[in-house]
Design a protein around this ligand. Structure first.
Ligand SMILES: [Zn+2]
Length: 81
């Protein structure tokens, strides 16, 4: 009997941690589908991370650039020469 009660308490404890952890993820404002999305550092539009070019500047500042912004920058560079 004691073992059954201990097992039940343990299951409730584990379930509580699972629910608490899930709520903590939601509180961060990022749903599981948004975890792989980032904003372009220039136009601030949101993209899937795999579509963006990532560059680390300085110690830990990370910038993301979307294809259309890179094309615009390239266009500006070409028009200068
Ligand atoms: Zn952009």
């Amino acid at each position: 009997m004691t073992v059954t009660i201990l097992a039940l308490v343990f299951i409730i404890f584990v379930l509580g941690i699972t629910i608490f952890g899930f709520k903590a993820v939601i509180k961060q404002g990022k749903a599981p589908g948004d975890l792989h999305k980032e904003r372009c550092s220039i136009c601030r539009e949101q993209f899937v991370k795999s579509q963006l070019i990532e560059r680390e500047v300085g110690d830990h500042r990370v910038y993301f650039f979307c294809p259309s912004c890179i094309n615009k920058l390239h266009g500006e560079l070409v028009s200068k020469n």
